[in-house]
Write a protein that binds this ligand. Sequence first.
Ligand code: AMP
Ligand code: ZN
Length: 505
Amino acid sequence: MNQPNELKIYNSLSKEKEVFKPINAPHIGMYVCGPTVYNEVHLGNCRTFVSFDIVYRYLTHLGYKVRYVRNITDVGHLVGDVDSGAEDKISKRARLEKLEPMEIVQKYTNLFHRVMNKLNAIEPSIEPTATGHIVEQIEMVKAILANGYGYEVNGSVYFDMEKLLKERDEYGQLSGKKVEDLLVETRDDLKNQDEKRHPSDFAIWVKAAPSHIMRWPSPWSDGFPGWHLECSAMSTKYLGEQFDIHGGGMDLQFPHHENEVAQNIGACGCAPVKYWMHGNMLELEGRKMSKSTGHTIFPDELFSGDNNILSKGYSPMVLRFFMLQAHYRSTLNITDDALQAAEKGYLRMLEAYQTLQGLEHSGEENLTADDQQINKMLDLAYAGMNDDFNTALALGKLNVVIPKINSIKNGRLPMSNISKVTLDRMKKVFHDFIFDVFGLLDETQVGGQEEDHDLLDNVMQILIEMRQEARNNKDWAASDKLRDALQAAGVQIKDGKEGASWVKI
Ligand code: AMP
Ligand code: ZN
């Protein structure tokens, strides 16, 4: 491991910071609830994914081998409430956009990936989809039924919450809700409340109404899985019945994560997760950003400046830096002033980094207070990250070192006040933090290239669509000609299950 200090993680289960002890070090299993791909991700979603990107990066930096699973919810997340009907979010969007549900899924998955790329978030090790794991979900329902924690009514299967609450005390720990409250409060978005034995029971398999498009055969009915089931089934499949870290936004604690715990206990007899981590909400003008209420700014609107709230556009790395300035468990409010400050802070840090890389040690050295202070700040930057991934603290400590770097550059601080060991350590720690841990890119160095890349990408999307049109019309000659010409120009089109993509060759 790179750093001797102990990493502590705030565990939503115990409501305390606990020393992190992986179940099977150096391996770590981490599951993060991914987006529901029925429309574009908003900046709030991005904050949660960036927070867990940093968790992933830091664990990797410490030397752990992390299997990072982040799902795509492409079925089962229903719109509306008990009385307003229970349409799947994806199907509803498909109806509105006059597309196949899977076209909606593909379109918004692609957009999600593009935004994550812009924000330089590392791809998860596995990105499973709910529709790709219907078999596993059906098996889990069977196990829950076999263990007596579920019951079937008219082709739908419900989780028997009363039984769980009587027998085990794990349910409610995450959200801190009391059993009596849980018994009245839990409800899901289903019309068939009268089928449940108890209001707190929730559907794990839902019989599809005749008009419902997204449906699969099962032993109980043609239907679809309840939303909470996918995460239990997929985390168990890829990370085992018990794994280290499960993340998501705080709004998922209840009922989604509580119900995941219930399902795992029902199916496997044990609570699945050692450390539950929840990121706090991104706010816009002091209110939670949310897709369903429309109180949002989309990433591209922030990057381009094409919105009514901010005075100008801010680059993806400025946004990332802005997010780093707050601890993931604090709320973060988007304002123009805060983004402007983040822009300055980001540029200042990169400038200091470039200066630092250019510094050569003079050879002489006296052990001075500067030397000690710098080393202390570098230690504290690590201590910040070890304190529940506190990026704000870590960033703050690196910021204290920046004036020293600038003073060496303009001659106010003699190089001999700093030992060679310290200078080398500064170079390494700044590099590791900025690029590996914080995941920032140096837009000042590659800015032009990035813009070129975006432009090329936009052009390539047009060409990919033209080729697809040719293929749809079975005009193979035209589609091959396009592919070959692009190949000759140095671009290869790759067909994958998520549609075509391109790479430079
Ligand atoms: P969804 O696509 O709505 O299922 O949300 C995807 C992820 O984004 C979940 O982990 C949510 O908790 C998280 N999320 C939703 N809204 C916000 C917000 N305003 N701030 C931070 N995270 C959010
Ligand atoms: Zn989930």
